[in-house]
Design a protein around this ligand. Structure first.
Ligand code: HEC
Length: 504
């Protein structure tokens, strides 16, 4: 126990209110309000904290993890704009756990206990409007590399819907790392499903017609504020694009999702602003072994007035800190998100208490740092190795995403176009990767081998998955999600020019 608290305790010992810190009077109210939402049967935490026995059994660990701030999990610094549903204990609440432990964990009078809150059963947000599950479970092996797999959830909706929230319930939480919710209105994903004898399919061989967000570790589902909602047109299927991380034990994942619909269409369309784009691919993350303070930064200037409703970061193991700031045209600087103790397992989306208005001309800047030394206990490589941008969890990524809407509904197209141009940054690093792997000189042969159906076009499904989105963005001039011979010639010219300009 910190000595200050101890001295304080001795001083106050004669006063009965402080002499007895009991479970029912002091601890239960804190636990029910801050812990039991996750620490109960069927929820994300590995054990339940819902009565005296359960809390008492873990008292020592609890005192430690609340003191060092590990629990309740919340990584956004409290020094800046206030967020909704903050999970942080006051210093007074934190000290109660050690006082209680020191006092021998007295139970106290059950009559003093608060009522256990009425937690919704099964779903954090209550009964969904529509519940869909994978038809069959997918078996994740005990070990081996990470697995990326898509699962189709056919919907057959008779009418357009607007989605306010999605809640995802994995059946094997320990292996499901994240899942993105894409839409497919072409039926292609359905036709690919199960072709290799296992549920789902690998690769992104379908054209995404939309997105409903995603589920990442530690995320909590929330309804979008006001009348905001994401479109779910009739005839669309949901495709769960899931990343598995084997756990050492064979697991069977059969994901269920619950959808919550809005009553009417929203008045404005959501537009994300991700800095840097492409989850950091655009800035070419490449971290030398042993480097303890590798920093990336990038910025984006808003072309229109923007109303930000939430912010969240994405990175992998060795990220240390991230910060997103907004510098307004009048020079005022707002910190939108600061994380000083990044933890890959807790990638929450933080909703601003009040949405933040950022006028046109505001510069949104992200600064993200990494510790690739062996002193970083989260480093997946011992000894440390060079780590580059990539999709495996042992590679790195890094970006911060604002979710919001243009203040004026009509400004959507301008904003959306500006974010697309921004994403073109990804191409410069893609070009460099292609040159370094000496693709340019072998291009005709490579195209021939990729063109599986020999129609002289490279369709989306024939392009290497890692580069597909970037290649189409750069080269697909007619927007048909396929590269025809003249577009492929443009690829050749582009690489030649890039090569000449970089003097490679
Ligand atoms: C948002 C969900 C959530 C909330 C809220 C939450 N926990 Fe946890 N807790 C977890 C999960 C998930 C784990 C297991 C994974 C981990 O250790 O990170 C965990 C692990 C723990 C552990 C084990 C840590 C260890 O080192 O073994 C303790 C103790 C704990 N929580 C106590 C608490 C207490 C006390 C509170 C409230 C003050 C709380 N938790 C609030 C989700 C939560």
């Amino acid at each position: 126990m910190p000595s200050k608290i101890f001295a304080f305790l001795i001083l106050l010992a004669p006063f009965s209110a402080f002499a007895e810190v009991t479970y029912h009077k002091d601890i239960a109210p804190i636990v029910y309000a801050n812990c039991t939402s996750c620490h109960r049967e069927g929820e994300s935490a590995p054990f339940s904290l819902s009565n005296y026995e359960e809390v008492s059994r873990k008292a020592k660990t609890i005192a430690r993890v609340v003191d060092d701030g590990y629990m309740p999990p919340w990584h956004a610094s409290p020094k800046h704009l206030p967020f909704q549903d903050v999970r942080r204990l006051s210093s007074d609440e934190i000290s109660k756990f050690s006082l209680w432990l020191e006092a021998g964990k007295p139970e106290g009078d059950p009559a003093a206990a608060p009522q256990m809150p009425d937690f919704p059963k099964g779903w954090q947000l209550g009964e969904p409007d529509l519940v869909v599950s994978m038809a069959k479970a997918y078996e994740v092996p005990a070990d081996g590399p990470d697995i990326y797999r898509n699962f189709v959830l056919p919907l057959d909706l008779p009418e357009d819907k607007w989605v306010k929230a999605i809640e995802l319930r994995p059946s094997a939480r320990s292996v499901l790392h994240h899942s993105l919710f894409f839409l497919d209105d072409s039926g292609t994903a359905r036709s690919l499903d199960g072709k290799d004898g296992k549920p789902g399919f690998s690769g992104m061989g379908f054209r995404k017609s939309g997105s409903l967000g995603g589920f990442v570790p530690g995320a909590t589902s929330k309804r979008l504020p006001g009348d905001l909602a994401r479109p779910l047109p009739k005839g669309s299927d949901i495709v769960l694009s899931t990343h598995f991380h084997p756990s050492g034990k064979v697991e069977n994942e059969r994901t269920t999702i619950g959808l919550y619909f809005a009553d009417s269409p929203p008045s404005r369309q959501l537009q994300e602003v991700q800095v840097p784009p492409g989850f950091g691919r655009g800035v070419g993350i490449d971290i030398p072994a042993g480097e303890s303070n590798y920093v990336i930064e990038d910025s984006f200037t808003l072309p229109v007035d923007y109303e930000a409703i939430s912010v969240g970061g994405h990175a992998h193991y060795i990220c240390k800190t991230m910060e997103m700031t907004a510098t307004l045209p009048d020079g005022e600087r707002k910190v939108l998100l600061e994380i000083t103790d990044w933890d890959m397992d807790w990638q929450d989306t933080y909703y601003f208490e009040e949405s933040v208005i950022l006028p046109a001309g505001t510069i949104i800047k992200s600064v993200i740092s990494y510790d690739n030394s062996s002193n970083n206990p989260a480093n997946p490589h011992i000894p440390s190795q060079r780590i580059k941008w990539g999709r495996e969890s042992t590679d790195e990524m890094g970006s911060i995403t604002l979710i919001g809407v243009p203040v004026e509904a009509d400004d959507f197209t301008r904003l959306s176009r500006a974010t697309k141009v921004e994403r073109a940054k990804i191409l410069t690093s893609l070009g460099r990767e292609l040159i370094n792997s000496r693709v340019a000189s072998r291009l005709p042969r490579i195209i021939k081998s990729l063109d599986k159906n020999r129609d002289d076009n490279l369709d989306a499904s024939e392009l290497p998955e890692r580069m597909r989105a970037a290649l189409l963005l750069k080269l697909d001039a007619d927007g048909d999600k396929s590269l025809n011979p003249s577009e492929l010639q443009a690829l050749k010219d582009w690489l030649e020019n890039l090569k000449a300009s970089e003097g490679v």
